[in-house]
Write a protein that binds this ligand. Structure first.
Ligand SMILES: Cc1cc2nc3c(=O)[nH]c(=O)nc-3n(C[C@H](O)[C@H](O)[C@H](O)COP(=O)(O)OP(=O)(O)OC[C@H]3O[C@@H](n4cnc5c(N)ncnc54)[C@H](O)[C@@H]3O)c2cc1C
Length: 334
């Protein structure tokens, strides 16, 4: 029997979960990602100043596992040493606790480590930006900025939906009007995420995460108290959606200055180094209830990611798992 090949656009959690399951079942899987590192919004970085090295999760902060299917994966990752429980609930600046008693997980030693663990046996091509795909002679031809062309019997696209829709337009693929409307209707918030390497420990209370008023800042996390930065003090500061939208086109240094000043009551000490990242598509405001979208447009293609299955890390993972299950079932049925 011909081996079925699958090309997955996007090496975030959705794409990686689908890839792991499909490869385990003997399919030939290639994951293409435009990023330098794997993991998409499961993103971590280091900042150095002299001997101080701070580690920061500057995308997703933690994740929940409420669905039994995802919980089973998380329990395996804990056994493998790549996930830990960070806390059971997290405080707000007014002293209340959000998600009290709910396990909040993080990657070990950082969130990107989980993506690296999942990717270790996969064929992943980083810095490979897909710019178009065409269904030709019963196979998908996936074209990249590098000039690379990949072929797949099935295509799985897990980029945030505005980027997916842009790819479809460039590829001259017209979706049925109702599907186009559904996908266009998902609205994402932008988010500035600032990593600050500090001279002294931060004033963020234990266990190291703090929900703020929402604007201009929504969240701060102390990397040291979170347990991901043994060799440097640091905080991750996330701006709210209004602030992020307002300053989208503003000079980076100005945004860093505004966010650093707003974070001062909790960062508490001199800043040794900083890095600002803009997530244009940080969170879908209105994720879809369905786990993915599938159709022959004109060849078999899946659209997944955190725009589906309720959003967030858990939604992205469940979307990837659901895509893999559907694809395998469809092959089994012939
Ligand atoms: C600042 C921030 C904080 C967050 N905090 C939390 C949190 O605390 N808890 C939680 O559960 N969730 C949180 N989230 C959301 C969570 O990170 C996402 O829901 C989840 O990681 C999305 O996974 P995904 O695979 O759907 O998408 P992504 O991780 O975005 O993966 C999509 C991938 O597609 C790639 N891509 C896009 N276009 C192309 C192209 N043309 N060619 C090749 N590759 C392409 C991208 O590089 C990316 O790697 C946060 C997100 C942000 C940004």
């Amino acid at each position: 029997m011909k081996q079925i090949s699958v090309v997955i656009v996007g090496g975030g959690l959705c794409g990686l979960m689908a890839a792991v399951v499909l490869q385990l079942q003997g399919l030939e899987v290639t994951v293409l990602d435009k990023g330098k590192g794997i993991g998409g919004r499961l993103a971590s970085r280091r900042l150095r100043h002299g001997d101080a090295v701070g580690c920061f999760d500057f995308g997703a902060q933690y994740f929940k596992a409420q669905h039994p299917l995802f919980l089973a994966w998380v329990e395996d990752w804990i056994k493998a040493g790549v996930v830990k429980v960070w806390a059971e609930g997290m405080g707000t600046e007014t002293g209340t606790i959000r998600s009290q008693g709910v396990k909040l997980y993080r990657g070990e030693p950082s969130n990107r480590s989980l993506a690296q663990y999942l990717a270790q046996d996969l064929k992943v091509v980083n810095q490979e930006k897909v710019n178009a795909f065409h269904w030709q002679d019963n196979i998908w031809q996936i074209h990249c900025d590098s000039g690379g062309i990949y072929q797949g019997d099935r295509l799985v696209v897990t980029a945030p939906l505005p980027q997916t829709l842009e790819l479809l337009t460039v590829s001259n693929i017209n979706l049925p009007a109702d599907i186009q409307q559904t996908l266009t209707g998902v609205v994402y918030d932008p988010c500035f995420s600032l990593s600050l390497l500090l001279e002294q420990p931060s004033l963020v209370p234990d266990p190291g995460g703090l929900w703020l008023s929402g604007e201009p800042l929504a969240w701060m996390a102390c990397s040291t108290k979170k347990g991901i930065s043994p060799h440097g003090y640091g905080v991750t500061v996330q701006a709210g959606p209004e602030f992020s939208r307002h300053y989208l086109a503003t000079d980076t240094e100005q945004v860093i200055a505004l966010m650093t000043a707003a974070a001062q009551p909790w960062s508490g000490s001199a800043v040794l180094a900083s890095h600002l990242h803009l997530w244009r598509y940080s969170h879908p405001q209105n994720p879809l209830d369905q786990p993915f979208l599938f159709g022959d447009f004109p060849g078999p293609v899946y659209f997944g990611g955190d725009a589906f299955h309720g959003g967030k890390v858990e939604g992205a993972a469940l979307s990837g798992l659901a895509i893999a299950e559907h694809l395998l079932n469809s092959l089994a049925k012939g």
